[in-house]
Write a protein of this length. Sequence first.
Lengths: 1000, 418
Amino acid sequence: MTMQPNRLAVGGRIDRGTTFSIRFNDRDIVAHPGDTLASALLANGVKIVGRSFKYHRPRGVFSAGVEEPNALVQLREGARTEPNSRATTVEAYPGLVARSQSGWPSVDTDLGAIVGAFARFMPAGFYYKTFIGPFRNTRWWMFCEHFIRRAAGTGIAPAAPDPDTYEKVNAFCDVLVVGAGPAGLSAALAAARAGARVILAEQDRDLGGSLLDQTVGDTWLRATVDEVASLPNVRILTRTTTFGAFDGDVYGLVERAWDHVDVPPPHQPRQRYWVVRARSAVMATGAIERPLVFGGNDLPGVMSASALRAYLNRYGVLCGRKIVLFTANDSVYATAGELARAGAAVTIVDMRSDLPEELRSRTAAAKVDVLAGFAVVNTHGGKAVTAVTVAAVSGREGGTKGPVRRIDCDVVGVSGGFTPTLHLWSQRGRKPRFDTDKLAFLPDGSIPTLVCAGACAGADTITDAVSSGFAAGAKAAAAADFVGDAGALAPPKLADDGWQRGAMLISAVRAPDGEIPAKSFFDLQHDVKSTDIELAHREGYVSVEHLKRYTTNGMATDQGKTSNVNALARLAELRGSPIPAVGTTTFRPPYTPVAFGAIVGHEIGRHFRPTRLSPIHGWHAARGAAFIDAGSWSRPRYYPVSPGEDVQAGYIREARHVRAAVGLVDVSPLGKIAVQGPDAAEFLDRVYTNMFSTLKVGRLRYGVMLRDDGFVFDDGTTARLSETEFFMSTTTVNAGKVMARLEFLLQTAWSDLKVQVTSVSDQWATIAVAGPKSRTLLQATCGAADLSAQALPNMAFACAAIDGVPVRIHRMSYSGELAFEVYIPARYGHSAWAELMRVGEPFGVAPYGTEAMGALRIEKGHVAGGELDGRTTLKDLALERFASTKKSFAGCVLRKRPVLEDPTRPSLVGLMTIDKTVSIKAGSLLFPATGDIAGHGDGHVTSTTFSPTLGGHIALGLLARGPARLGETIRCVDFLGGTTVNCVVTAPCFVDPEGVRQNA
Amino acid sequence: MTHYSALSLVAKAFSGHRSWSRAWRDPVPKPAYDIVIVGGGGHGLATAYYLAKEHGLRNVAVIEKGWLGGGNTGRNTTIVRSNYMMPGNTMFYERSLRLWEQLSQDLNFNQMVSQRGQFNLCHSPASLDAARRRGNVMRANGIDAELFSREEVMRRLPYLDYSDDARFPIIGSLFQPRAGTVRHDAVAWGYARGADALGVDIIQQCEVTGFILERGAVVGVETSKGPIRAKKVGTAVSGHTGYLAAKVGLRLPLETHVLQAFVTEPLRPMIDSVISYAAAHFYISQSDKGDLVLGGDLDGYNTYAQRGGLPLVEHTFASAKALIPSISRLRLMRQWGGVMDMTMDGSPIICKSPVDGFYINGGWCYGGFKATPASGYCFAWTLAKDEPHPDNAEFTLDRFRNGYQIDEKGMGPTPNAH
Ligand SMILES: Cc1cc2nc3c(=O)[nH]c(=O)nc-3n(C[C@H](O)[C@H](O)[C@H](O)COP(=O)(O)OP(=O)(O)OC[C@H]3O[C@@H](n4cnc5c(N)ncnc54)[C@H](O)[C@@H]3O)c2cc1C
């Protein structure tokens, strides 16, 4: 294995005893357990990891965390590939494969960089000003767009379904602590000691936060972690990002349970999505170091100063040998000493001129050079930094004066201060305030159940972080009513180099000539430069949101974690307003990007939505039925008698058989609702348009319901089981909606009615038995009951038994034949069906599916989904006779509105093709026999079928002034299919209009 | 106004782009205008633009409480189409699409009108019938539409789930080739620049807090920058329509709901068209930057908060993965919400109100972005002439009284179901 040039011989929290190989851009890289992809790349001296979005400039690792703007890689291959993965958070594992996402022919030598030569023609928003083209259409733009789209985008999406699985967990706790740095650990401890059930969620593999990037706090860390882990009321989740905070104290978390291996172990989820409902929460999410903006600040080798420290102490990687640390605050001084001790020549360039004596003496002892009152103006180097130019700070903020000096170096660590990570707090709809002392946007205390602590709340030293965390934990526990004694917690003993003492907020460094160098980058991923911000300002895009959208600053995958504050400081400068007046953009979930798969969990493929199956499904399947989705149900469409029989042949055969002999159809999916109570009849009178209080016990009645706005909502047949008990049926599609509406009416409008409604859809299997021999079959099956026409007239029901199982037989017909619906307790549905088939054999019984059922109902002119489309009235559907004039009912007022009463409205008719061999398509438009075919027509075709009885194609349709046009020839035009079919308008009922057969 | 073109861009490059001027002025409000438009979203700005351009009315102000386009104009999923089948809607949306097709040239501002086509997938014979009806109405009105078979959809969108595992099989699709997406920010900025050049005052960071009423008529607005008088006041404030109308004593048939939208990290070209997944109320497209842009249902509860909850996130992502299984490992980069004024039939309101001097443009539900040009055009017409243009003739308040429902979905008076 190759050497790791930047790996130190000792130090770090990696397992040096084990090495393995990973592949980056087809090169083998040595790594240790505990490494990230970025730390391994740096250890191996890889400088260029990616190319920037717009100008294809070489970019190296910048940070050591989630804020990484540069080192985005295409991780893994094939179906598991993941674009835009941050090398800084990808844990290294044996066999890891990653590639740079751009660069042709390679990331080191990218011909795309030629774009840089044209950079001046591509300022912010250049695409709004050009590609417009001379023609008054979109063609020129779309031609250009084709190339723009190809150049845009970064990673490549997988082409195959995800082989991994995911899990969802709903969890509850008293206190959720987000972040397990010193503040979070302290908060968890305080809350748990007070007795609260705590969930401690940390995005990193290990607990410790910033303490992991240094060595001095280890004893404290170990002791605190041990205590937290030992408490039974604490659940610790590592590798778990809290990505969103939502109203109602709901938090979304994603645990990357098995992302740190090549392939998750069998039966283990790759990731786990937690929905945590917390009584209160502590955000101890830390702060992110802000870059300083200067010329060439994007070259590989320019890194966040805290990242240098992390790579050194956590991974044993010394990123450079000659390091310049450029800062305007105290935080880099400890780092400088550590880097020097590890063997680097370190120079601190500090923009502040009066440094505390204590810092000076410490640096002297550590043999670190300090240039106080200086700034880095520019970097040198082609593909990596080789030197910097520094100049003395002068005058206005960020200004410098000559002479300039050149310092050779291979790494520049930058620290412009820190930006508290208040994303989650702000996601709850809060705007942070800018604290002019701490030079940071900070949360306020306006959410009682969400306390911020540590660096997130502006604590700039570990001592403060511990005390603020501990207090926040106790406060959050108290907010959840846990006030037990939490005791005390001593902070670790270490030097406190905060980031606030004397700190400055510099938007960008100016060269001695007063200009901000051209290649000073704010947003590293999107290549947003100072000139872009200036242009936006010049053109009036001066609100932070306009700035963001016009320049795309902060719109990259890092969502501006390192770029936003500098950019808005620059905008404030240009506007001549203080930062608080300029404000900040809105923080939105997710804090860091989350994989769709995690959130989806098990709801994939067939399980996206539940599939509802009738209790008789098994029989249909065994019989080889062809199924069709109907809403959430899977229902037999037809039962092919031979493998080659198509649906057309199948339904015609089945429908014909019903009219000739007897058939069974499974109508279990119908909605069924038990309506019970002393006011049940009154209630039904109010919800149905027709009268139900007059219905005799033992009888059925067809009923129609309207919506409040007077349009038809649903229909069905309801039986009166006793004086106080009705059994309502609804259409399959509206079963849930009717139930919800009944509940709504009872709970809001008519809470005085003594009525209980219960959905019993799943309690009953329902078999429709239809055809001239249906009575014979049923009589033979349920021996004892008297099903004769006298004993059981149409629209009455009888109780009987099949095989000893009590059933209810409703005599009613949808097909127009003599027919019955048999209601069987669901668990006996299958056996009852089988029994009917067995007994029916001599009578030639045959099952039929939804397609034949539809054909039969169209022949009879019954309305269904195509007609009940939410836009039709009783009159439109020829159901006006069901509107009682003796009572009021839901919808009775608004249905009288003038447009609904308009006699020219399209209303229900039958249509018969003149040429019996041609079919019509539902959705065709209706036009008179002559004249233009344009506009909306006279109506449309709602349902079509071949009528076995008539031997031709028929349809139902809604036709303007329909009932007055019987006998007229009209055209059914299917523009999409390019056909026009002439039809005769008929009454909607094609078969046995007198009802002789069903009343037999 | 500096003319925008490749040439001007090149020319100005040599002076470091220092000579570009403001896209629109930042004027101090005058004490009075002929017309004040409340709301600096696409609709308000377009209205001002067409007032000036079509009707020569230039003494007009647009008053925006935040920043231009900061409402739903800057929050939507940018889909434009004209596949509406109800009389009253069909030609209005087609007018809009035709205006979109020429808008970049009209405004001399690239609107990035990208006619990538929109698929409306069908999952059952019944939904195919409904699509056929819609497509036929479109074609009968001279609007492009095609009905694709399953095979054709498979050929064009090979990455959808056609396996036996798919919960809702794709059996075909309605397709409108001229549909597509438009760059939403450019719409606000382009109209603002265009209106400003014609003399319209665009006033940002100025909230309308009430109305000046004289003898029962609206004669101006109270704002955070003081009173501003106007002969006519038009509102175009989307989710706040009901809130503002209440200040002149009108209770509108509206509810305000939140709708969320989502974008992924940017990717190389993957999805070329707009795809709507009817089985789950889900839609997806890919922006020029490479992000996948997705949206789903409303959260369902009344709110003015521009943020939603996890249930809808789950619903949207599950729909995404059900439709495109390979999306699973891609990552959400940002989500947000916008509040919209949902009407009782899902169609908008553009009309004179019962209060003199007060005109309403609202009720856009979640489909108002595509309507922006026609909405501005028709609202300007209504304001200028005191009568509707034929294309907004049906978008009255009266229709709820007389029963003229323009209900594309047949959902009835359940605002959160549209
Ligand atoms: C997530 C989402 C996705 C969407 N997707 C689509 C889509 O794909 N296709 C589509 O066609 N439509 C879509 N829409 C709908 C579309 O965005 C809106 O209908 C449309 O943009 C409305 O434009 P507008 O100008 O009327 O409103 P807005 O853009 O909301 O503008 C209204 C303005 O009024 C201002 N305002 C409010 N009150 C006051 C006051 N008192 N004083 C001064 N100013 C005030 C607001 O600040 C705001 O800027 C979507 C909407 C959302 C939220």
